[in-house]
Ligand binder design. Structure first.
Ligand code: HEM
Length: 166
């Protein structure tokens, strides 16, 4: 099956960060109508983030585990799950307030939203490192790895047959 993760994650990063940006603008410039923009981006972004986690867990099964991928993937996975949980909580909370951030909850809500944005951007950054520095799920890297393993196993069997002859 196709790897949808790279396709989905761009939407999650864009929608959720724009959502938080508009909520901050709404509160700091005292323009409550901007919260509507924040709400719709949050609604779509949290759905896409859930999809990003599902497609990520699926992509993990076909990833190539080079040393770099092995050390970075757990951070990426758990930060990605934490991000989805944080924005799901914000979505449920926001829905319970009729889509508007109540005055008394503003600081707490925006603090949680900023923490969520930091985990989101860190997840995306590590995701980029996984692909562009360590070749996770890059077809050509997989093929090279297979060729190296094949060469190594044929070298070992040739060396052992030479040792046997001696
Ligand atoms: C909100 C959640 C997540 C976000 C925003 C996210 C973001 C990203 C980004 C930006 C990339 C680089 C893709 C590219 O540049 O083409 C990536 C790659 C990757 N991510 Fe995630 N990710 C999330 C959750 C997860 C989870 C839970 C896993 C599970 C292990 C995961 C596994 C992977 C894998 C294996 C790759 C390598 C490329 C691939 O196989 O598609 N991700 N991610």
């Amino acid at each position: 099956m196709l790897d949808f993760h790279p396709f989905v994650v761009g939407f999650a990063v864009a929608l959720l960060s724009v959502s938080v940006l508009f909520d901050i603008l709404a509160v700091t410039t005292d323009r409550p109508h901007l919260q509507t923009v924040g709400w719709w981006n949050l609604f779509l972004g949290f759905l896409v983030a859930l999809f990003a986690v599902i497609t990520g867990l699926y992509a993990k099964n076909s990833a190539i585990f080079t040393e770099g991928v092995e050390s970075l993937l757990p951070y990426h996975q758990y930060l990605g799950i934490a991000t989805a949980v944080i924005f799901t909580v914000l979505f449920v909370w926001r829905s319970s307030m009729d889509r508007r951030i109540r005055q008394k909850w503003r600081i707490l809500y925006l603090t949680v939203a900023i923490i969520g944005t930091i985990t989101l951007l860190t997840t995306g950054f590590i995701g980029g490192q996984l692909v562009f520095e360590h070749g996770a799920n890059v077809q050509e890297v997989k093929e090279l790895q297979q060729r190296i393993e094949h060469l190594e196993s044929s070298t070992i069997s040739r060396d052992s047959s030479v040792t046997d002859q001696n």
